[in-house]
Design a protein around this ligand. Structure first.
Ligand SMILES: [Zn+2]
Length: 234
């Protein structure tokens, strides 16, 4: 009798453990974030040159196009910057350019999408609980890459890596990528906006290609603002 009781106890105990394991795995599966990688290419990537029929003049205030990603931040995205670079760009100036890029979006909505937290030595591209912007190597043709970890329609971490394959500048110099220009576009992804590839969207910040010395994407066009406000309100 005692032996049977003991076996019964073992069985019950094992079942509880098994059920716990099953419950734990279901819980874990539900919480494992998905990753989306958004690469921003040059117009001549992979040996191919993309030809655009550039609309005459700056019509960025007229084009209302935008495309939403299937997720967005639902709380303020606290971000850290690793300003370490091999281009001789002063840390303070790098940080200022990136904060200005974030504020460009924040100034168009009442929701606070971004909050600068400080300098970090962490690098972008790792799911580590920190939203990090840093330089790092990546394949040719990609200027910058934004990593978005999300669960369902909620972003839980975003990192942006600026590709060290290219030279970088803070003043729109030729043959170099402009930090503020590129970061304004990448922060658009943080806001839940996708790239646009129609020629008519050329002047928008969320246009899918960028080039050396370009600075016009530092300012938002109508479509960029409408997209932001579709996610976060006016
Ligand atoms: Zn992009």
């Amino acid at each position: 009798m005692r032996e049977l009781y003991s076996k019964l106890c073992t069985l019950v105990f094992s079942s509880i453990i098994l059920l716990s394991i099953i419950a734990a795995s279901i819980y874990t599966v539900a919480l494992i974030p998905q990753l989306m990688v958004l690469e921003w290419s040059t117009e001549w990537s992979n040996g191919k040159v993309t030809l655009n029929v550039i609309p005459q003049g700056d019509n960025s205030n007229e084009t209302g196009d935008f495309k939403l990603l299937p997720f967005k931040w639902k709380i303020t995205a606290n971000f850290w910057i690793n300003p370490s670079n091999k281009y001789g760009l002063p840390a303070n100036s790098v940080i200022e350019a990136i904060i200005t890029a974030a504020n460009t979006w924040d100034s168009q909505t009442s929701f606070q999408v971004f909050q600068y937290m400080g300098i970090t030595t962490r690098t972008a591209g790792k799911f580590d609980g920190y939203n990090v912007i840093s330089w790092g190597s990546y394949r040719v043709g990609v200027i910058a890459v934004t990593y978005i970890w999300y669960i369902d329609d909620t972003i839980i971490e975003t990192d942006t890596r600026l590709n060290t394959y290219y030279k970088w500048s803070l003043t729109g110099e030729p043959k170099k990528m402009d930090v503020q220009n590129i970061m304004t576009h990448e922060f658009g992804h943080w806001c839940g906006l996708d790239d646009l590839y129609d020629d008519s969207d050329y002047w928008l910040t969320m246009y899918g290609y960028a080039s050396y010395g370009e600075i016009y994407k530092r300012t938002l066009g109508l479509g960029d603002i409408l997209g932001l406000q579709a996610n976060y309100g006016k």
